[in-house]
Design a protein around this ligand. Structure first.
Ligand SMILES: C[S@@+](CC[C@H](N)C(=O)[O-])C[C@H]1O[C@@H](n2cnc3c(N)ncnc32)[C@H](O)[C@@H]1O
Length: 391
């Protein structure tokens, strides 16, 4: 495909996404019906679409319209590409610009517009992050690096790097976690590499790995991952100690690949429904709660534009409910671990402060923040125990 044909395909895909279709599914459907597109075309198209979604506000301002064409025109103007080399009278290219399109467009004006954050959210981001709000918002505008978690139960980080390099996947250690690698070359070869197939590495953001590393895990502990989802953190915990490990999720279908992933990693996980989960008491309960995902918007940028104040309130209620229902599952000397991939204070410290007001018996033992301007996705972790504060 020519560069102009890729832009035309991106315009069509973006129009579907702007009308409400999910980005991943729209890209997959496009690839299925466009057999002429090779893997390089598909990758380039994905980059065009995701970049436009991350920078949707600023590109719409530059391009003069919040449409596929407007966003792609905005991207040309931002990147110093002459739009007439793309929007031209050629087969498969986007139609030449109209005089209205040529006249439209302006520089982004406010900080929120420049940094691609919705207006309602910008004050909350500033209240949460203070002088880190702008660098974090800026980081959320760019593509996320590919991180791997070395299955330390199976091999060390250096050994995993050597096996990956044999298949053309070159990595460097990531400082956020002792098991984390950042892929610097060959990221598209990860899933076909021997290291991945044999369960020596998993795809996982380094911040997510840092959460597992910060948990007080020891051999023999009974642990419940209450919001296990695909099981990313379940498996990261399993690699850190020999645990009696239980996984639960309100949407069990989200855990459908977990048995197979656990087998590949060589660990054992019991998948339980709510009734079974409630039958035990645990040394550690991890609540990796549903959240805005604001810390991970560079990977899932649609979320930034779909989130509104009502949805945020619903999430805050769900998070509080999960804390209340899991607190009773923690053994007397156990730990309640609360995690989000959000950078918003309301979902993080304020949520824990409100829980401790409702349940004064709990003490905050540790609180951790990872922010996207420091090279990971944004995460928060709070560790709570029932033991009283020191003397
Ligand atoms: C942030 S995701 C979990 C990601 C997962 N821990 C990982 O590391 O891959 C949150 C999960 O919470 C689940 N969930 C939502 N409401 C819940 C509830 N009331 N109880 C338990 N799980 C819930 C969702 O289905 C979703 O899979």
């Amino acid at each position: 495909m020519t560069p102009a044909a890729r832009v035309q395909a991106a315009i069509e895909i973006l129009d579907e996404i702007l009308a409400g279709a999910p980005a991943e599914r729209t890209l997959t459907r496009w690839a299925r019906r466009s057999r002429y597109a090779g893997s390089k075309d598909r990758a380039a198209l994905r980059d065009l679409v995701f970049d436009a979604l991350r920078c949707r506000r600023s590109l719409a301002a530059l391009g003069g319209a919040e449409t596929g064409r407007g966003l792609m025109l905005g991207a040309c103007r931002r990147d110093g590409v002459d739009p007439d080399t793309i929007f031209q009278n050629a087969r498969y290219a986007p139609a030449p610009l109209t005089s209205a399109e040529r006249a439209a467009g302006r520089q982004p004006e406010t900080a929120a517009e420049r940094l691609d954050i919705p207006d309602w959210l910008w004050p909350r981001l500033v209240a949460s992050l203070h002088d880190r709000a702008a660098p974090v918002a800026q980081a959320l505008r760019s593509r996320a690096p590919v991180h791997l978690r070395v299955n330390v139960a199976r091999c060390g980080r250096d050994a995993a790097m050597a096996v990956l390099a044999e298949d053309g996947v070159h990595c460097i250690p990531h400082p956020a976690s002792s098991a984390a690698l950042e892929v610097v070359r060959g990221s598209r070869r990860v899933s076909s590499s021997r290291a991945y197939r044999d369960g020596l590495v998993e795809l996982q953001d380094a911040g997510s790995q840092a959460i597992a590393e910060a948990l007080p895990l020891r051999d023999g502990m009974r642990v419940l991952d209450y919001c296990a989802g695909g099981g990313g953190k379940t498996l990261a915990m399993a690699a850190r100690a020999r645990l009696d490990l239980f996984a639960h999720d309100a949407a069990p279908s989200r855990m459908k690949n977990l048995p197979q992933r656990a087998e590949r990693a060589g660990v054992s996980v019991k998948i339980v429904d709510a009734a079974e989960a409630r039958r035990h008491r645990y040394d550690l309960v991890l609540c990796d709660v549903p959240c805005t995902g604001s810390g991970a918007w560079r990977r899932a940028p649609e979320g930034k534009w779909r989130l509104g104040p009502d949805r945020l309130q619903t999430l805050l209620r769900t998070q509080a409910g999960i804390l209340d229902e899991t607190a009773v599952l923690v053994a007397p000397d156990g730990t309640l671990a609360y995690a989000t991939c959000s950078v918003l204070q309301e979902e993080n410290h304020a949520q824990i402060a409100a829980f401790r007001q409702r349940e004064p018996g709990w003490t905050l033992r540790g609180e951790y923040h990872w922010l996207p301007d420091a090279g990971t996705d944004g995460f928060y972790l709070a560790l709570l125990t029932r033991q009283p504060d020191g003397p």
